[in-house]
Ligand binder design. Sequence first.
Ligand SMILES: NC(=O)c1ccc[n+]([C@@H]2O[C@H](COP(=O)([O-])OP(=O)(O)OC[C@H]3O[C@@H](n4cnc5c(N)ncnc54)[C@H](OP(=O)(O)O)[C@@H]3O)[C@@H](O)[C@H]2O)c1
Length: 296
Amino acid sequence: MTAAVHREDVAPARAAPVRMPGLFGPLNPPFADYRGRRVWVIGASYGIGAAIARDLLARGARVTLSARRRDLLRSVAGKNRDALIAPLDVTDVASVHAAAGLIEQAWGGFDLALVVAGTHVEMRAHLGLVIGGGAVELDAPHWDLARARQLLEVNLHGVLNCVDAILPVLARQGSGGIGIVSSVAGYIGLPRALIYGASKAALINFTESLYGDLRPQGIGVYLINPGFVDTPLTQQNRFTMPALMKAEDAARVTLDEIAAGNFEIHYPKRFTRWLKLLRVLPYRLQLAAVGRATRP
Ligand SMILES: NC(=O)c1ccc[n+]([C@@H]2O[C@H](COP(=O)([O-])OP(=O)(O)OC[C@H]3O[C@@H](n4cnc5c(N)ncnc54)[C@H](OP(=O)(O)O)[C@@H]3O)[C@@H](O)[C@H]2O)c1
């Protein structure tokens, strides 16, 4: 079931013009103190989202924890009275709207929604060796359209489903913020990330556009691009991950930088700055550098 968003539902509550940032200073309204703020974390049952939820609760925020696994959400929340559990599946838009409704009922809305949920499927475009009519896998899962679509369903369409539920609430309030977790894998094409990288590149582009649309309406928009963080998602990787971070450190940097009003939040800087440099190189240099750095 798709919940349509009507024009009158999304009209901003306050029509007052918002001063846009100049050349200096933060791109978003600083979020000075999390105490008492209502934050919705989607993808909070384990990994980075769980670490963010725990950190927020420790900072005194009221946190709604969402993901599919209710038991895990409960264990992240512990006995904290400022935690609300709202299970959902991001691929099921009705369940996402139901969770948003639950938060509005309980807390009247939210000051910040963080869409962290995502998944990873390693994939390469290797054609494989054909022996006796059967394809033999080389060193990684090969091209698989069904798995590619499944990944996009969670990482891209799932995020759009969340945005569909978040926007009307922010518009009614005329305040608040939305943060979307993408990845540095969206900066440039990397091996083993054939579809994952494409889903994250789409999210980077989408969030940039979202900023242009929502910031003039007084809404904060945050783009979160982690490098490698130690979570169940990366524990399946079979290669050495440079500058691997702990989930707790990723959570702390994310929340500190949102509080500071940054737009793009990327970490760890000693890794992400190299990728940013690669992104602006001419393709001849960029592709050669990526090939050399990721050769097995
Ligand atoms: N770890 C890294 O190095 C890294 C780097 C860059 C970007 N990222 C991004 O950061 C985000 C979190 O990554 P992570 O490493 O913490 O991943 P993770 O350990 O696999 O955790 C993923 C979270 O997303 C939830 N989730 C997955 N599918 C869902 C669905 N269909 N509906 C609702 N929730 C769903 C999971 O909960 P349930 O299974 O309970 O639903 C879990 O809470 C992802 O978007 C990932 O792409 C991670």
